[in-house]
Design a protein around this ligand. Structure first.
Ligand code: DGY
Length: 328
């Protein structure tokens, strides 16, 4: 008899994820524990819960540092329901022999949509004007007030031209015939061929962009890359958009640059820290639009992310390579 006894694996899910992902894991017969509360787990709680399990699916913004991997000897794999993995010490995971996977590709369209939304919203001061109505300050049509700037034929600079940056560039070219320039670790030949994107140095990206949209991962190298020196080199009429990670932007410097009129405005879907405190001065500015990290937050995309994260975990459980493994 060569039938192997089926072993139930224990899976810990760090935050409630779309039901499709949970159903998929459950249909494979594994035992699942979910941290249902909206409150993130403390470091201690995360370790304690993960120690009881062999597999972890991260649905939230938890940090997995070297201390975590040292303290979870039974852990076999970690599946992230996110494309970003700046919250994981990948080299520590690798040292402990733990494969880690993410959810690239499927969220690029949704995230680029939010970058597009912010670019347009800032250019037309949409959030500010909405606030004026709520505050009873809409006194009637005015031919000289509330003027925005147009995006047609302007230059879109992309910092980090990967999948999400490509999607934004594609939409911006189609909608506004924007010229695409980009800075990246390596050349993106497809974007150059399909979109006519032009590779430039960081300094040129800063100087020439009418809209500068950030799509790079947060790493030691990109941390606070957008600081006062960067803002000083940008056009006073430029719009900064960030849908990547808050840590790429020095928010203190951004606030000062906006106050000094060194930029036209900023649109942020990510902040540092998250959540942003409601008394943050950026929230009160006319030329700033802020969203609460909703880049991938559509029904379709979140379902796909949950399924991809579950499938990665199931592959690891079957002893196969996780399809979206980060640390091969
Ligand atoms: C991602 O996928 O990285 C999103 O920012 C959610 O974490």
């Amino acid at each position: 008899d060569n039938k192997k006894a089926f072993t139930y694996m224990k899976i810990f899910i760090t935050k409630k994820i779309p039901q499709k992902g949970i159903d998929l894991l459950q249909s494979a017969g594994h035992e699942i524990t979910i941290h249902e509360s909206a409150r993130p787990l403390s470091e201690k709680e995360l370790i304690e819960a993960s120690q009881q399990c062999n597999y972890v699916l991260n649905g939230g913004m938890q940090n997995f540092d070297a201390h975590f991997f040292e303290n979870c000897p039974n852990l076999k794999a970690l599946s992230l329901m996110s494309v970003g993995y700046d919250n994981v010490d990948i080299s520590a995971a690798t040292q402990h022999g733990i494969p880690v996977s993410n959810t690239p590709g499927i969220l690029s369209g949704a995230t680029a949509d939010v970058a597009f939304l912010l670019m347009l919203a800032v250019s037309r001061k949409a959030f500010f004007n909405h606030k004026r109505i709520l505050q009873g300050k809409w006194e009637g049509f005015d031919p000289t007030e509330n003027l925005g700037i147009e995006l047609n034929n302007k230059t879109l600079g992309i910092y980090g031209l990967g999948r999400i940056g490509f999607e934004l560039a594609r939409k911006a070219r189609a909608a506004y015939n924007m010229e695409i320039i980009y800075y990246n670790r390596s050349r993106n030949k497809e974007a150059e061929r399909v979109l006519g994107a032009k590779y430039v140095h960081f300094d040129e990206l800063l100087r020439r962009s009418d809209v500068l949209s950030i799509h790079a991962a947060l790493t030691a190298e990109t941390k606070s890359r957008f600081d006062k020196n960067a803002f000083a080199r940008m056009k006073n009429s430029a719009i900064l958009v960030n849908t990547a990670r808050g840590g790429l932007v020095n928010e203190f410097d951004l606030t000062a640059a906006l106050q000094a009129g060194e930029l036209w405005g900023a649109g942020l879907d990510v902040t540092n820290p998250e959540p942003m405190r409601p008394d943050n001065p950026l929230l009160g500015m006319d030329n700033v639009c802020i969203l609460p990290h909703i880049g991938s937050a559509t029904v379709e995309t979140r379902d796909n992310m949950a399924l991809m994260a579950a499938n990665n975990l199931l592959a690891a459980i079957r002893g196969e390579k996780m399809p979206q493994i980060i640390n091969e």
